[in-house]
Design a protein around this ligand. Structure first.
Ligand SMILES: C[S@@+](CC[C@H](N)C(=O)[O-])C[C@H]1O[C@@H](n2cnc3c(N)ncnc32)[C@H](O)[C@@H]1O
Length: 304
């Protein structure tokens, strides 16, 4: 495992954590060389990552992200995808619109196409801790994951992300359920009386809401942080990024995270036989992410 300090040209960034401002580092990565960019950039004004750039104001967010998006678009292969995990913020009493402005910018100006907007629902917060009842609204229990394609075709594998059927559904699929589903007449008049609907495909389409708690406070990275007396305030769960890596790439493809933080994207890519590149503007995070990779995989790369 190798950390490459910022150089003029990156000879081979594959399976490396690269320290630097991603806008600059991305410029050193060749055109159309990446299959999937999946990332969670700093949220507007919310955290101090001790990084090259943090605390971007919501009003400036699109302007800040636009040149990075241009590079992301350039490095992606024509059938590549970009998945953006992001959250918004209440400013002056109302939810700021920068996330939606950014989505419009990415589609209307950068050239991406919106494939699907996913909701990451995190049910794990204690019932009253983040309640916003006193502010005239509920707490926010989801973040967005926008899946964009670069071109008209993109990799998509449904099978690895299928949701296991429930017990009752399995009975129906085995022809042992109560009642006759084929005779079922729905108020919507949809006709489900066809073999295709009642064939066991190994699980159902999981839909666009991903329910996952963020439970990485005891993992290898958290332990390394404790030893070094530092912390990372905003990591996403490995299962979240795995959903997009499994569905949006093939074994051996290249996955890049320009705001890689603790290296979660790289870890998932490695675990699933993909190649990876992680970029972060905090040198400590790059170093600890490399150490995490070494501990989890013993320096053996599965993505080569
Ligand atoms: C929300 S965190 C990403 C966390 C990551 N998904 C994980 O699971 O650990 C955002 C990261 O972006 C980094 N960052 C901020 N500005 C940057 C920039 N201009 N270029 C590269 N990294 C940057 C921060 O250091 C931080 O680690």
């Amino acid at each position: 495992m190798r950390i490459t300090k910022k150089q003029k040209y990156l000879q081979n960034a594959i399976n490396s954590f690269v320290y630097g401002n991603c806008e600059e580092v991305l410029k050193q990565i060749p055109n159309e060389s990446v299959d999937l960019v999946v990332t969670s950039p700093p949220y507007a004004d919310q955290r101090d990552y001790g990084s090259l750039e943090s605390s971007i104001s919501p009003d400036q967010y699109v302007k800040w992200f636009a040149p990075k998006a241009k590079e992301i678009h350039r490095v992606l292969k024509n059938n590549g995808s970009f998945v953006l995990n992001i959250n918004d913020k209440v400013v002056g009493g109302y939810q700021h619109l920068f996330v939606f402005e950014l989505v419009l910018h990415l589609c209307k100006k950068t050239g991406f196409n919106l494939v699907r907007d996913y909701i990451w629902y995190n049910p794990a917060t204690p019932p009253n801790v983040f309640s916003r009842g006193g502010y005239g609204r509920t707490k926010k229990s989801h973040e967005y994951c926008f899946w964009f394609s670069k071109g008209p075709e993109w990799t998509f594998n449904l099978d690895p992300i299928r949701k296991p059927y429930g017990k009752d559904m399995l009975k129906f699929l085995e022809g042992k359920g109560k009642g006759d589903r084929n005779q079922n007449t729905r108020p919507s008049t949809h006709n489900f009386n066809c073999e295709k609907v009642w064939t066991n495909k190994g699980g159902s389409d999981p839909g666009s809401v991903i329910e996952l708690g963020n439970t990485n406070s005891n993992d290898v990275f958290a332990k390394l942080c404790k030893e070094r007396g530092i912390s990372h305030p905003a990591r996403f769960p490995e299962k979240l990024v795995e959903f997009f890596i499994l569905s949006g790439t093939k074994v051996g493809d290249v996955v890049l995270d320009p705001f890689s933080g603790s290296g979660t994207t790289a870890i998932s890519a490695e675990r699933n036989g993909r190649k990876w590149i992680g970029i972060d503007g905090n040198a400590d995070y790059c170093e600890l992410a490399a150490a995490r990779m070494e501990i989890e995989f013993g320096g053996e790369s599965r993505g080569d």
